[in-house]
Design a protein. Structure first.
Length: 178
């Protein structure tokens, strides 16, 4: 596992330009500093960016039927999360959300992707097929099933606000970086 800077993320994205079309946001359902190599990038509780990959094009099986041509970024958090009103003993930290937005902004700028729901989604949005990519998705409407990562980023926040908050912050950072 390596610790990365935003400049490292920029380099990884430049090397993958034209090969990545979607970014998925996850949580690990673990502790703040519990690393899993199922994801391309991981952000610990202190906001450190960590990775075990060599290239963003390295295959990771993190999002059902959506792994080819995508990047999976996970927040190391959410152990014991039960619902949008109970994010467990390790809810996403403000630092994690800000770094996730910054990483997303760097990736989208370098990969030349818009920061919209068609290109940047939470795992909850993907599981609920919010982008309509799969007309015969395995789960029905509003049935995030066991995959509800980042449905919200704060306990008690409105349902489905997680992706909008992260994309909004990422768009702000992307505009600052231009």
């Amino acid at each position: 596992m390596n610790t990365l800077t935003l400049d490292n993320v920029k380099w990884l994205a430049q090397a993958a330009r034209g090969q990545i079309d979607t970014i998925y946001h996850h949580w690990t359902a673990g502790r703040y500093n519990q690393f899993f190599d199922d994801y391309h990038l991981s952000i610990n509780g202190d906001g450190e960016i960590r990775s075990a990959i060599t290239y963003l094009t390295d295959y990771r099986s993190a999002t059902y039927r959506r792994n080819t041509g995508s990047v999976a970024i996970a927040l190391e958090c959410a152990l014991g999360a039960m619902s949008e009103n109970n994010l467990g003993q390790y809810p996403p930290t403000d630092k994690q959300i800000e770094v996730l937005a910054q990483v997303t902004a760097v990736l989208c700028n370098e990969l030349e992707l818009p920061i919209d729901i068609q290109h940047v989604m939470t795992h909850a949005e993907a599981a609920d097929n919010k982008d309509g990519r799969y007309p015969h998705a395995p789960y029905g409407a509003d049935s995030t099933c066991e995959r509800w990562d980042l449905l919200v980023v704060k306990e008690g926040a409105p349902r489905w606000s997680g992706g909008e908050i992260i994309r909004g912050k990422a768009n702000w950072y992307a505009n600052q970086m231009k």
